[in-house]
Design a protein around this ligand. Structure first.
Ligand SMILES: Cc1cc2nc3c(=O)[nH]c(=O)nc-3n(C[C@H](O)[C@H](O)[C@H](O)COP(=O)(O)O)c2cc1C
Length: 355
């Protein structure tokens, strides 16, 4: 029976344990042109005891930015600024993947001066926080064929940039209602061309981006995050089981480093995905109204997943694997300081060893 504290192969790498830091946007990329800072290097370095760190969502292009002060990986300045971050994690023996997140219709022109893009001209219900305060989400400009090709090229270039910046790999964000998930959905994607209309059409953008990035950096340095049945960001997925089984079937032959499942309300579907997926599976369990807790590690022991990812608890416990091994105690996150701000609620959560 494997333990969450056993090593595991993740693509070409060996992770020292199966406790993964889930991607979390923290909106503190105050460096020039949406680039990371020394403070971010400190934050990620503190969490290097994770088997694998997956960074906050990072835009592969200017128009892919959905929130204030999120970092990018599409300029030379950003690549340079990420280097101290990856170095801080490597100095402490950790592994770090960059999450490439194109926010699609979840965004606002005030963030980058352009109309956000999407699958179809359908605005998501809701608001987005901008420098001028909360604003309604706008109707996105649907991507045409050239726009889709350019978007795939942006993901590929950003993945190459990630490797140049010292990342061990990349995770594609095809979850939580952002661009790739918008294409998978049945309400944000109303296309009737080859990029929508059918299951094959809706999964195509995720599949094509995955193939292109795998060709650029190696499938064994690439993971994909999905969130079947998760309605976050105004997503509807009619027939989600059929969609995600088809997606997994299309991704299986590529030999990816992992599939990261941000579990949605349809928890009974997870074992079917597990069965169907031929590679490593990282599970972020569905825990409505609570953060993922220590009991989630059972998923590794009973074979439901190969590794478990933690968001909020990693935010508040830089040495989370040690605390899980010791049975606690666990500090609770100050959610008011999740997005933006300074070191407070970011790098000042002490490790047990500091106490
Ligand atoms: C502050 C915060 C920011 C997040 N940002 C992202 C993100 O950038 N990309 C992503 O895929 N998920 C993001 N998530 C979702 C987490 O990765 C995770 O799925 C969620 O928090 C549930 O896991 P938990 O209960 O362990 O926190 C975020 C969550 C939090 C709390």
């Amino acid at each position: 029976m494997p333990s969450a504290f056993d090593e595991i192969r993740i693509g070409r790498h060996t992770a020292r344990n199966r406790v993964v830091m889930a991607p979390m946007t923290r909106s503190r990329a105050y460096g020039p042109g949406a680039s990371p800072t020394e403070l971010m290097a400190r934050y990620y370095g503190q969490r290097a005891g994770a088997g694998l760190i997956i960074t906050e969502g990072t835009q592969p292009s200017a128009v892919g930015q959905g929130y204030l002060n999120t970092p990018g990986l599409h300029t030379a300045t950003q690549v340079e600024a990420w280097k101290p971050v990856t170095a801080a994690v490597h100095e402490r023996g950790g592994l770090i993947f960059a999450q490439l997140m194109h926010s699609g219709r979840i965004g606002h022109p005030s963030l980058h001066g352009a109309t956000p893009v999407g699958a179809s001209p359908v605005a998501a219900a809701g608001t987005v926080f901008t420098a001028e305060g909360p604003q309604d989400l706008v109707t996105p400009e649907p991507l045409d064929e050239d726009g889709i090709r350019a978007t795939i090229a942006d993901f590929t270039a950003a993945a190459r940039n990630a490797i140049e910046a010292g990342f061990d790999g990349v995770e594609l964000h095809s979850a939580n209602g952002y661009l790739l998930h918008q294409f998978l959905s049945t309400n944000a994607n109303l296309r009737t061309d080859g990029w929508g209309g059918t299951v094959e059409g809706r999964i195509r953008l995720t599949v094509e981006v995955t193939k292109a990035v795998a060709a650029a950096i190696g499938a064994d340095r690439l993971g994909v995050r999905i969130s079947p049945s998760n309605p976050f960001n105004d997503i509807t997925e009619d027939g989600h089981r059929e969609t995600y089984l088809a997606l997994v079937d299309a991704l299986n032959p590529l030999g990816l480093a992992y599939l990261h499942v941000a579990e949605g309300p349809d928890t009974e579907f997870t074992p079917r995905l597990r069965e169907r997926w031929s590679g490593t599976l990282i599970l972020n369990p569905y825990t409505p109204g609570a953060w993922t807790g220590p009991e989630a590690l059972k998923a590794v022991e009973n074979g439901e997943a190969d590794a478990v990812s933690y968001g909020a608890l990693f935010l508040a416990n830089p040495d989370l694997p040690e605390r899980l091994a010791a049975g606690g105690p666990f500090q609770q996150p100050d959610y008011a300081k999740a997005y933006g701000g300074d070191h407070s609620g970011y790098t000042d959560y002490p490790a047990l060893a500091d106490a």
